[in-house]
Design a protein around this ligand. Structure first.
Ligand code: HAS
Ligand code: CU
Length: 589
């Protein structure tokens, strides 16, 4: 990692890349602003504190909130960070600036089209709407423009990955024997995971949802489009998380005054995500009829294995931060925490994001248990979980990271560190209120995805506190979060409009304490890991998909309703395995 971009600002060394990164960040931040505003309106509406929209428009807003924040903001920011990471860690510009602008352009056009289709929902006469939420599976149907926009956006991300692979290939020719620099390794493994997982949503959008919304086919098999969505819908959460992990592994230790504890461990973590992110999607479908319990059980087991890379991350990143604190004179079992640079908004924001992720990971473990999931599925618990994960571990890390990254690509000085610090703390406090109350509301049975959670003549009960207090916490938390975004955008806007700085950011990233040299070279064999990941996906999905197609009236549905528990696919495996076992047993005994 060492001296890759040593000397001078990133923008001076890689002006073309800096321009692409700035454009990606700009689109990310505009989406963040609009999405956060929608979030505020929803939080106040749901809690009955302030109602400025019709309840019917709530779903239009909710879709805008989800798509703009969870898809457009996160992924454009990812593209900016990855573009930065590849250029700096390979120490070379992209192969073709034109190609980079092509993916920025395609993704932007796609995002704009999808947003227009969503916002169309506010204007009934327009005949265009996409109130399908960010989980856009059937039977909800959107205007074709929404799906076409999404398809363009995803193809754009494929091209961005190609851009980074091309850089890597060119670098490899000049450095035939070197280990892949860590940041590039992280980018490439994440993109391979993305290629594998987006195949599911691409098939769903291109073969089913677009033809169906255009009226070319009469019906779809809803469970099939749901399953294809979740095939992609779980790995996308790690696609959001990996840029945050990239920053936690390679930047946070430096900001803490230390060095990454172990480079090989970081590689293993990213490989585990590549292997395990996709064959778990069915954990979003524990309550779907039409998928046999056995497949759900397999998805649960895989999900529990998938906790490992995050637990390893908790260990490695905290150890690296502790190393930093001790370098700064920190002592004791926990007293070292006081020696960390808490006045630096980039550090504090990322550290608070990590701390909240520990809680979000915990609620994820609860979601993942098949039986406990029945308690919380479709309740406000789930938004509580994902506002800690994507909404904090990812979003807060991205905002905090911006305080360190944006000045490197603009060449200007961060406008205000104190405002930055206030902003990240405000996010933390707002999220403590909101996510805690959402989790508790979920346990009381309050549903998610509804403008009218209060229902008439029905009273929800909570063992501790009161429903009123939960509503107040959600409204207060949501308001603080929105104000935090306003502060962030204000700070970044003034940073980018500021004068050129003569004191560049200290962008040098120190070598890890334990480098890649001693670790097996097989870790860098990307083709092999891709092959294994593909095999795992085939094993996890072939039979469930076959069952869904067979029992759900074929590829395009329209048949009989899906039976509640039967799955021919699983029965087939089960009987084959048991009869094989019996035969084998007969031979042995
Ligand atoms: Fe999840 C639902 C299970 C992680 C996002 N999840 C969702 C939805 C979203 C989402 C958006 O099994 C809702 C989708 C919808 O609309 O329906 N999730 C998990 C599990 C994990 C997990 C097991 N989720 C995430 C991440 C997300 C995300 C990451 C976004 C980025 N989730 C589920 C399940 C459901 C679900 C079910 C379906 C629920 C239902 O019924 O609908 C795990 O990956 C979590 C592992 C994490 C840990 C924490 C490790 C701690 C770390 C902190 C390090 C500390 C630092 C601080 C850096 C084990 C790494 C250092 C600083 C110092 C000062 C020392
Ligand atoms: Cu998941």
């Amino acid at each position: 990692m060492a001296t890759a971009s040593g000397g001078g600002e990133f923008v001076d060394k890689f002006p073309d890349e800096a321009a692409v990164i700035k454009a990606s960040f700009l689109i990310a931040f505009v989406s963040l602003g609009i999405g956060a505003f929608f979030g505020l309106v929803q939080a106040l509406h749901r809690t009955n504190v302030l109602r400025v929209i019709d309840s019917a428009d709530y779903y239009t807003m909710l879709t805008g909130h989800g798509v703009l924040l969870a898809i457009v903001f996160t992924i454009f920011f990812l593209c900016g960070v990855f573009h930065w990471a590849v250029a700096r860690s390979l120490d070379r510009p992209a192969e073709s600036a034109l190609f980079s602008w092509a993916w920025v352009g395609l993704m932007t056009t796609g995002a704009v089209l999808a947003t227009i289709a969503i916002l169309g929902g506010f204007v009934p006469n327009l005949g265009m709407s996409a109130d399908v939420l960010f989980t856009f599976y059937a039977p909800l149907q959107a205007h074709p423009i929404f799906y076409i926009g999404l398809a363009m956006f995803i193809v754009g991300t494929w091209l961005s990955g190609a851009d980074w692979f091309l850089s890597y290939r060119a670098w490899r020719q000049d450095h035939p024997d070197e280990r892949i620099p860590l940041q590039t390794f992280m980018v490439l493994t994440t993109m391979i995971m993305w290629y594998i997982s987006t195949l599911g949503v691409a098939v769903s959008v291109v073969f089913f949802l677009i033809p169906w919304s255009l009226g070319l086919i009469e019906s779809v098999n809803p469970l099939l489009t749901r399953t294809l969505f979740w095939y992609f819908g779980h790995p996308i959460v790690y696609f959001w998380l990996m840029p945050a992990y990239l920053l936690w592994y390679t930047v946070l230790p430096k900001l803490a005054g230390g060095r990454l504890f172990s480079d090989p461990l970081a590689r293993v973590v990213f490989l585990l995500f590549l292997l395990l992110s996709t064959p778990v999607g069915i954990h979003h479908q524990y309550l779907d009829p039409g998928i046999a319990e056995g497949f759900k059980f397999i998805a649960m087991t895989n999900t529990m294995f998938l906790l490992l890379p995050s637990l390893l991350t908790a260990f490695t990143v905290v150890a690296s931060v502790e190393h930093g604190a001790r370098q700064r004179g920190g002592k004791g079992y926990l007293r070292w925490l006081g020696a960390l640079p808490w006045r630096d908004p980039a550090f504090t924001g990322m550290a608070l994001a990590g701390a909240m992720f520990a809680a979000g990971g915990f609620s994820g473990m609860i979601n993942a248990g098949m039986n406990i999931n029945y308690l919380i599925h479709n309740t406000l618990w789930v938004p509580g979980h994902f506002h800690l994960t994507v909404g904090t571990a990812v979003a807060l890390t991205m905002m905090a990271g911006s305080y360190w990254l944006v000045p490197q690509v603009t060449g200007t000085k961060l406008y205000s560190r104190p405002i930055g610090l206030l902003q990240v703390i405000m996010w933390f406090v707002g999220m403590v209120f909101m996510s805690n109350a959402m989790h508790r509301a979920g346990l009381a049975g309050i549903p998610r995805r509804t403008a009218e959670p209060q229902y008439q003549n029905f009273e929800f009960l909570t063992p501790i506190g009161s429903i009123f207090e939960l509503r107040v916490q959600i409204a207060l938390g949501g308001t603080l979060l929105f104000l935090s975004v306003v502060l962030f955008l204000f700070n970044i806007l003034l940073t980018s409009l500021g004068e050129e700085s003569d004191r560049p950011v200290d962008s040098h990233l120190p070598e890890p304490l334990s480098g890649p040299e001693g670790s097996p070279r097989i870790l860098d064999n990307l083709a092999m890991w891709t092959g294994i990941a593909a095999v795992l996906v085939v094993l996890a999905y072939t039979l469930p998909l076959a069952g869904i197609i067979q029992n759900g009236g074929g590829l395009f549905g329209g048949g009989l309703p899906v039976p509640a528990t039967v799955s021919a696919g699983f029965d087939l495996v089960f009987t084959t395995v048991t009869s094989a076992f019996n035969t084998l047993w007969g031979v042995v005994a």
